[in-house]
Write a protein that binds this ligand. Sequence first.
Ligand SMILES: NC(=O)C1=CN([C@@H]2O[C@H](COP(=O)(O)OP(=O)(O)OC[C@H]3O[C@@H](n4cnc5c(N)ncnc54)[C@H](OP(=O)(O)O)[C@@H]3O)[C@@H](O)[C@H]2O)[C@@H](O)CC1
Ligand SMILES: Nc1ncnc2c1ncn2[C@@H]1O[C@H](COP(=O)(O)OP(=O)(O)O)[C@@H](O)[C@H]1O
Ligand SMILES: [K+]
Length: 506
Amino acid sequence: MRILTAEQLSEADKISIKKQQISSEELMEKAASLVFKEIHNRLQTAQIPIKIFCGIGNNGGDGLVVARLLMEQAYSVEVFIVNYSDKRSEDFLSNFQKLKNLDRVRPVLINSETDFPEIKSGDFIIDAIFGIGLNRPAEGWVAKLIDRLNESGAFKLSIDMPSGLFSDKPTDPDSSIIHADFTLSFQTPKMSFFLPESMDYVGDFQILDIGLDKEYLAKLKPQAVLVSKGIAQSLYKPRRKNSHKGDYGHLLISGGSYGKMGSVNLTATAALRTGCGLCTLYIPRCGYEILQTNLPEAMVLTGDDQDFLSGYPEDFEPDGLCFGMGAGTSDKAKTALEDMLKRTKKPVLVDADGLNILSENKELLKLLPENSVLTPHPGELKRLIGQWTDDFEKLEKVKKFSQKYKIIVLVKGAYTFIVNREEVYINNSGNPGMATAGSGDVLSGVIASLMVQGYSPLSAAVLGVYQHGVSGDIAASEKGYEAIMASDIAANMGIAFLRLTESDEA
Ligand SMILES: NC(=O)C1=CN([C@@H]2O[C@H](COP(=O)(O)OP(=O)(O)OC[C@H]3O[C@@H](n4cnc5c(N)ncnc54)[C@H](OP(=O)(O)O)[C@@H]3O)[C@@H](O)[C@H]2O)[C@@H](O)CC1
Ligand SMILES: Nc1ncnc2c1ncn2[C@@H]1O[C@H](COP(=O)(O)OP(=O)(O)O)[C@@H](O)[C@H]1O
Ligand SMILES: [K+]
């Protein structure tokens, strides 16, 4: 699914109306009918007090259509017009008239704070105040109304956007924004649904296909692409019967220090569970017995130092390299990274302390082979690219960084962003149970393993992040969020690949 801007969607709206020879009022009826259906499916005519707050633009128009359709099914509905301006949209006005023609309804106009209705915690609020047409933060009594709705404790369903939230630019967190429990959004998700600063306003969300012209939509340059199972399937390379371990690549994982050997163990386990043919670990001497005992499938080479990573193995040509987990940022570890980067032309994956070393020694960034993959979490990213003022600026900075060094940069989080120059992918698989020590180490193993198996670094990053999330979801369904440990994410990778190759019907 492609993420488009408000401007692109409004234009697509106009083009679709023209091409499909329908009126904008008909498009609104179609969009709002889908919202009605979702609500009706869930409420099944339960007599919950429904209060619909409608603005005076097209988002308000949607709210009015939903109100009419709910009334036709004998729901208990009250309609409030948030009358912030006299510039009512045409489709708002025609639907306002249609609603008033029903004799049971008396929409209540809200012109100031004194008109606010009482809102009880058991009410069901439908928020149709502002949609993608919001062009400034909500102010005055409209802001107070939004605050009042948020404080009510009532369930809030937003149409298209939580009112007060911008779709594709930063929203001042001090402004008034509906804190939706659920958002039903039209045609495509909006960028702010995925960014850490704004995702909480959206609640759970569902996208309703309102039938905008597919041909036109396909021509638009998306802000980002949401990674789906279909995309992951299209990247997947099935294993051939006529193959041997040499066909699936030899990965060298370099990391670890005294007390941090577990991270290398997790990365290596994940890499082997993701199918690389051979895996060698390059570690300080203190980790030798630990890893040889724990993970007999991996080969182990050690540097000269007892506790810290040092040097780089002589005469060793793996198919790909992964550096950083548990490595620390000692001078020796820095030299180890530098030696590695000077010895290879193949894209590498750098994670964790490898990223911290790069942040402290920015000149090393220039040594990264083209299309190397960096996998920072937000803290590591900040050290790497500097502070940002908001998530949209962060994304722009990451794109520039990716362009400057010709590399792929992940921004890990509840939604992980995969940035390849101007191109952005957003991953939606995974769950909060994965917020646990070592799950990032597992991700590095998954991606690096795919990289040595002949996937392009970008495909490895997109497929790897998706599979890592799916594996975490399998772990959650078996164990519950709290009990997930990073090793469970590695352990479930096989089932995640089985799921990937299953058709959805199966
Ligand atoms: N495109 C699609 O796919 C489809 C879209 N559809 C629906 O249309 C919605 C977009 O409708 P829209 O363009 O009329 O804008 P909307 O969000 O109702 O608000 C604009 C109004 O708010 C005003 N205003 C803005 N900020 C303000 C503020 N802070 N405080 C006060 N006023 C403020 C602004 O007034 P002005 O700035 O001119 O003063 C204007 O009057 C979209 O979200 C979806 O629900 C579907 O029906 C069909 C398919
Ligand atoms: N709430 C969440 N939902 C989905 N995935 C998550 C969530 N929290 C963390 N993750 C995933 O878990 C991993 C955590 O990585 P990281 O912070 O580097 O962990 P560590 O350093 O402990 O290995 C990332 O891949 C991230 O996307
Ligand atoms: K809304």
